[in-house]
Design a protein around this ligand. Structure first.
Ligand code: NAI
Ligand code: 15L
Length: 267
């Protein structure tokens, strides 16, 4: 049974453009929102509503009539705290407050592997492993997961927080052989996050069936998620790239180069 209206934040972004197409069957109306320009609505099944997540009143209006949210909007790479706090920390708070006020019951939150990014590569983690954020961006996603937990305990809003690995058409480097999430598996995971009953607040890894994964995704069993794709088909191509030197963070930490960004001073 599709939802009446699903809100997709970050609709102008890389994953937003993908899910704009692939989530179509799951709602009578998809409300598409971003601070950046979006393609116009393609028909009555789409609404295009520009909004800055940092604007509390605008986000409140955005949630009017929304049954479920796929929350992708925000800063998606490591940036100075002053930037991250607006879209990701205030913005995600605004979203949950508006969801509470408007009776929205379900959120799928695009968290990130950067909440655990300072764990070393090869260490096997599950969804209960201690978080080790690798920057302000990872910290903001960690906050988002805690916000989801709080809004479930306090107000009963259910969330699936998906710690997305690397979701691109194909892996870009050796690290992403471990972290890659295909668009097909992403869509399946988001769909399950929207429709599986009784998830409370569930944290899962957004990763395909890659060889040598660092993540035990048994926490995703509640969703019945069984990834269909694997980075293996790209191995020969990716392994033509030179191996990074042994001291390159892309070879040491699960979060790769994000662990080495900053410091940000004299802004
Ligand atoms: P993206 O950067 O292409 O899309 C994010 C969108 O959020 C952009 O279109 C941007 O304009 C919008 N945005 C930024 N600030 C905003 C604000 N103040 N108000 C409203 N909208 C704002 O990122 P991508 O790759 O599509 O990722 C989507 C989500 O998934 C992000 O939350 C990202 O952190 C998360 N994610 C993505 C991964 C990936 O591999 N693509 C990996 C891990 C997490
Ligand atoms: C992320 O969180 C970013 O949004 C994405 O652009 C990639 O860098 C990804 O993590 C990754 O770790 O590969």
């Amino acid at each position: 049974q599709p939802y009446g209206r699903i809100l997709l934040t970050g609709a102008a972004g890389g994953l937003g453009k993908v899910l704009r197409e692939t989530l179509r069957p799951y709602a009578r109306v998809l409300r598409l929102s971003d601070i950046a320009a979006m393609a116009p609505a393609e028909g009555p099944h789409e609404e295009v509503v520009p909004c800055d997540l940092a604007d509390k009143d605008a986000v409140d209006a955005l949630l009017d009539g929304v049954d479920a949210v796929v929350h992708l909007g925000g800063i998606s790479v490591e940036r100075p705290f002053e930037e991250v706090i607006e879209a990701n920390i205030r913005g995600t708070y605004h979203l949950y407050e508006a969801a509470r006020r408007h009776g929205t019951r379900r959120v799928v939150f695009a968290s990130s592997n950067h909440v655990i990014g300072f764990h070393r590569q090869g260490v096997r983690l599950d969804s209960r492993s201690p978080r080790r954020p690798d920057g302000y961006y990872g910290l903001s996603k960690s906050f988002g997961e805690d916000l989801a937990s709080f809004y479930h305990d306090r107000y009963g809003i259910e969330t699936v927080s998906v710690r997305i690995g690397s979701s691109f058409p194909q892996p870009r480097n050796r690290r992403m052989m471990h972290t890659w999430l295909s668009y097909r598996d992403l869509t399946d995971l988001v769909r399950r996050g929207l429709f599986t009953p009784g998830v409370g607040h569930t944290v899962v890894y957004g990763v395909s069936d890659n060889r040598d994964s660092w993540w035990d995704n048994s926490g995703a069993a509640i969703l019945g998620y069984v990834p269909q794709d694997s980075s293996e088909v790209f191995r020969a191509e990716i392994e033509r790239q030179p191996e990074p030197p042994a001291d390159d963070p892309d070879r040491i930490y699960q979060g790769g180069a994000f662990t080495a960004a900053g410091p940000y001073e004299n802004l």
